[in-house]
Structure formats: structure tokens, C-alpha cells
Design a protein around this ligand. Structure first.
Ligand code: GLN
Length: 536
């Protein structure tokens, strides 16, 4: 059977959770055993989001295949439980550069190139091509931005045309405000939004309504009328206890049955076992047996999106062992002058990835405090590099230890630019990216216990590395280099002895899924739980 499509649009404003609706649809269809993948369009003219900063864009997510993609892909992977690929990410930058390259090759000789039909056809062919290659039953396409934006208009037109030759179900995610004075749910903004979608030649098949305190029946009825839909197609989308509660919540509204019927898919049995497992993890999240305080020491802590995968990886590990994770976001610059015993009164400390030198000394202080007080520590990428610098300074007595990223003229370059990076001039997609194999050097390590074997396969995004010239002195002073690349050229895991302390040059948080937590995060959360029970 040819692939069917679900296209998720947003109306009125951003931040309504289109990504979560998309992820929930993926999860639901997977519960029925359909082969389903997401695809996302982002309207910006960047080729990918690799060169954007977290303030603009939140976290940059990385796939095994080295693609740097929108953070929504992280959510899709966490819900769907599959590792995705770069061809599922389409941006304005990609389609325009592709069409111009084609024009230069002479593919349109004699013609002026137009948004319709040339660009729209290119988009449709791309999408159909991926769907076919991956042999999908259903592809769920999220259109970034809001209907009416100038950036996504041509893509929405392409979606209208996609529906002329394929089965496409359109979903609109909208917002139903409540005027506090009258306490009444207002449908007028959505009525207008529906009209603008219809003007684009599209009639939504489902309307997901973000609303406070449930969707009134009257609201449902009104919207159904204006959307030309039966009431069963107006779906309540209120904030739930956790993000992972959403798929079962939508299923309770019979969204699964109605969607599968509308798509015209052959009927399949719901995988009750998988749904039960999902729900039992949810129960662990909502009513955990233990509670843990975990500090994330970073520099974008007022923008939690910058660390979305780290946060979720902790949640996944917590759900596995019924531990509720209470995150304490600590701005590393504040630690430079703070009383650490107050600020770091926690069961575990994470220093996540980062770039540039702001807040570095605060992070190093936090790492030292973790090591000297036996608080479980997990260092991610930059968090491992700083672990090596802290160890060099405070254990090996190398006072000037630093990274050339923060001080080009550092006396002791414990962390230095990778030789392969020296010749790199361009910025886009030039870091050490994607999945790399790591050899675990000894059985008697945190890394070996976590991965249960000799190899780890994790995703990377960095330019600097632990300087091999300092390996000996670090090890002579008790540090453990527990993981290296198979050619032994790069340090991948760094540990200290005596308490739980491990850093990794990779970003294991990027592969963590709900139901399949990242091994290092699971070990870390277990260590934090032991630490808490010991210190109580
Ligand atoms: N800035 C460091 C580097 O480029 C660490 C990067 C990261 O934490 N992702 O190597």
C-alpha cells in the first residue's frame, strides 16, 4: 500500500506543542504496529540549525548520521523509540539551495523557475521519495511555524498538492483562550484561523485544542461546526502531568480509532503489552517511590530548551527506577561567588555540553565540589573536558591547566583543538559529529558497568579533545581513561576513583528514549539514589 500522510499544522501562535502532538501521533501509530516516521519542515533559510545559538533555537539535536537538526526531532525519537536520519529534516535553506543548484546544472533550461510548480514539486518529490525508500505505512509531517507565516506558505501549498495524489490527513493545533472576567472559552480566534487554513485550500480533519481546564462541550460543538467536522474530530489537548501522558490521553478520546479509519489503513491489533509498559513507566513518573535532587550547572539555565535532551534523559532514567527527578538549574557564573555547600546540596551534579568561556570557572568549581564531597557527577562533552582540567589543576597540581577554547595561550593545554579541526575553515557541519564507536578500556570502570560490555556507540558534537600528551600524568595521579576511540587517538570517557564520577566526550542524552534510558544516565541516577539513601 502506498504511504499515507498526516500533516500537522499550527494556528494562532507558536509554542502550542505541535511537536508533542506529532510525537504522540507517531507513538500511537507505532502502538498499532504501523511503520511510521516523522518529517519536519523548518522555514528558516539556514541549511540546518548547526550554526544557531541556543537562545535563538534551543538545543541542536544530532543524529547518528551527523545531521544537526531541530530539537523537535529529539522529541520524536524519545517518543517513537527509533533513531532517525537527516533526510527527514527539510528546511527552507535546503530546498532553495537544491533548486538553485539544479538550475545551475541546467535542469530547467529555457524556463523561469517558480515557487509553484518547481519548488512545490521538488518538495513533494523529496517527501514521496523518503516515504518510499523507508517503506512507510504512514509519514507524519510537522510544518514548523504557524499558518499565515511568510516562511512556510509555499510548503503548506506543497502539502495541499501532496493531498491531490496521496491520502493526507490534516491536523491543526490551536489555542482556545479563556477570558478571565467571564470565564468563558473563546472560539473566535480559532474560527478565524480555520478560515485561513481553508483559504489555503485545506480542510483540517482534526483540530487539537490547547485549553485550560478541559474543553467545554459547547466549545467542541462550535468548533466542529466551523471546521466542517463531527465532534469526535475536535480533540482536547490540555497540559497533562507529563509529556509522556499525552499518547494515552489522546487515545482515551478515541483519536487512535478515528485516525486509523480516516487514513484508511488496514486494521491492526493494538500492542497492549507495549501500551501497558508505557503506562507503568508513566506511573513511575507521576508517583515515584524516591525523589532525587539533581543540579544541572550550565550557562543557558534560564532557557531550559537548551538542555532539553539532558533533562529528558534524566526523566527516562528516573522512570526506569521510579525516582522523581527534581532539577535544580544552576547558572554557572553564579557559582563563581556562591557558597557551594548551599548551592550544591543535591544528590547528583551534571555539567552538560557548551561552547565558549562564559561561566567555565563556575563549572570547574562545581566539579571539584562533586569530586571532593563524593557527590555523583556526570560530565557531558564540555563536562568531561572540564573534569580533566579540574583534575589536572587540583589533583595533578598543574595550575595553568586549561582548554585552548578558553585561552589560546594556556600554558598547559589539557584540552586542545583536534588536529583534524585545524584545517577547518567553514562553520556549518564541520565539528566531529554523529555516532562514533568507543572502546571501553577496562572492566573495572563505571563505563563498563553502564554499557555492560566493551563498546559504546554514542553521538558527538565537538571540536576539542583531551590532549593526549597529558594522558600519562592524569592517569599516574589516579584518573581513569575508561574509553577511547578504537584507534586510541581520542579520549572518550574519563573517570575518577572513590566515588561515582564520569565524563564522556559524547552526548549520550541524544540517544535516550522513554523506555530505553541512556546507560550512563541510568547508572548516574542509580548512584544518586544510593548517595541520597546514604546521606539521609
Ligand atoms: N566546546 C567544546 C568543544 O567544541 C565542547 C562541545 C560540547 O560540549 N558539545 O569541544
Amino acid at each position: 500500500m502506498p504511504t499515507k500522510f498526516v500533516v500537522v499544522l499550527g494556528s494562532l501562535m507558536s509554542g502550542l506543542g505541535k511537536g508533542i502532538v506529532t510525537s504522540s501521533i507517531l507513538r500511537i501509530l507505532d502502538f498499532y504496529g504501523y511503520n511510521v516516521l516523522p518529517l519536519k519542515f523548518d522555514g528558516y533559510l539556514n541549511y540546518d540549525c548547526g550554526t544557531m545559538n541556543p537562545y535563538r533555537h534551543g538545543e541542536v539535536f544530532v543524529f547518528d548520521d551527523k545531521s544537526e537538526v531541530d530539537m523537535d526531532f529529539g522529541m520524536y525519537e524519545r517518543f517513537l523509540g527509533k533513531n532517525l536520519t537527516g533526510d527527514l529534516s527539510i528546511t527552507g535553506g535546503k530546498v532553495f539551495s537544491e533548486i538553485i543548484a539544479k538550475e545551475r546544472r541546467g535542469a530547467y533550461l529555457g524556463r523561469d523557475i517558480q515557487i509553484v510548480p518547481h519548488l512545490t514539486n521538488l518538495i513533494i518529490n523529496k517527501i514521496e521519495g523518503v516515504a518510499k525508500r523507508k517503506n512507510l505505512d504512514v509519514m507524519v509531517i510537522e510544518v514548523g511555524g504557524t499558518v499565515g507565516d511568510i516562511e512556510n506558505g509555499y510548503f503548506i501549498e506543497a502539502m495541499r498538492q501532496l493531498a491531490l495524489r496521496n491520502k493526507v490527513v490534516f491536523v491543526d493545533v490551536t489555542y482556545i483562550p479563556v477570558m478571565s472576567a467571564v470565564g468563558e472559552q473563546k472560539t473566535k480566534p480559532t474560527q478565524l484561523a480555520l478560515r485561513s487554513i481553508m483559504q489555503a485550500g485545506i480542510n483540517p480533519d482534526f483540530v487539537f485544542c490547547r485549553a485550560e481546564n478541559g474543553l467545554n462541550d459547547e466549545t467542541r460543538e462550535k468548533l466542529a461546526l466551523f471546521a466542517n467536522l463531527p465532534k469526535s474530530r475536535i480533540i482536547e489537548d490540555c497540559t497533562q502531568e507529563t509529556l509522556y501522558s499525552l499518547p494515552p490521553y489522546f487515545m482515551k478520546q478515541r483519536f487512535d480509532t478515528v485516525l486509523i479509519k480516516e487514513l484508511g489503513l488496514e486494521r491492526r491489533k493494538l500492542n497492549r503489552k507495549a501500551l501497558k509498559e508505557w503506562n507503568s513507566r508513566l506511573e513511575n513518573l507521576v508517583r515515584p517511590k524516591d525523589k532525587l535532587d539533581i543540579a544541572i550547572v550550565g550557562k543557558y539555565t534560564n532557557l531550559k530548551d537548551a538542555y532539553a535532551s539532558v533533562k529528558e534523559a534524566l526523566v527516562h532514567a528516573g522512570a526506569e527506577v521510579s525516582a522523581g527527578i527534581n532539577l535544580k538549574w544552576i547558572e554557572s557564573e553564579d557559582l563563581e561567588k556562591a557558597n557551594l555547600a548551599d548551592s550544591l546540596k543535591v544528590d547528583g551534579i551534571v555539567v552538560p555540553g557548551g561552547f565558549g568561556n562564559r561561566g567555565i570557572e563556575g563549572k570547574i568549581k562545581a566539579i571539584r565540589y562533586a569530586r571532593e564531597n563524593g557527590i555523583p557527577y556526570l560530565g557531558l562533552c564540555l563536562g568531561m573536558q572540564l573534569m580533566a582540567i579540574e583534575y589536572a589543576r587540583n589533583v595533578c597540581g598543574i595550575e595553568g591547566a586549561n582548554s585552548t577554547e578558553f585561552n589560546k595561550n594556556a600554558k598547559d593545554k589539557i584540552v586542545d583543538i583536534m588536529p583534524s579541526q585545524l584545517k577547518v575553515k567553514l562553520k556549518g557541519a564541520t565539528m566531529r559529529l554523529g555516532s562514533w564507536k568507543c572502546k571501553i578500556t577496562s572492566k573495572d570502570t563505571i563505563a563498563y558497568a553502564a554499557y555492560g560490555g566493551k563498546y559504546a556507540l554514542e553521538r558527538h558534537r565537538h571540536r576539542y579533545e583531551v590532549n593526549n600528551r597529558y594522558r600519562d600524568i592524569l592517569q599516574k595521579n589516579g584518573a581513569v581513561i575508561s574509553g577511547v576511540t578504537p584507534d586510541n587517538k581520542l579520549v572518550e570517557f574519563f573517570e575518577w576513583k572513590g566515588s561515582f564520577g564520569i565524563g564522556t566526550q559524547a552526548h549520550p542524552e541524544l540517544k535516550s528514549k522513554f523506555g530505553h534510558p541512556a546507560p550512563l544516565f541510568l547508572s548516574f541516577v542509580k548512584a544518586a539514589r544510593e548517595y541520597r539513601s546514604r546521606s539521609q
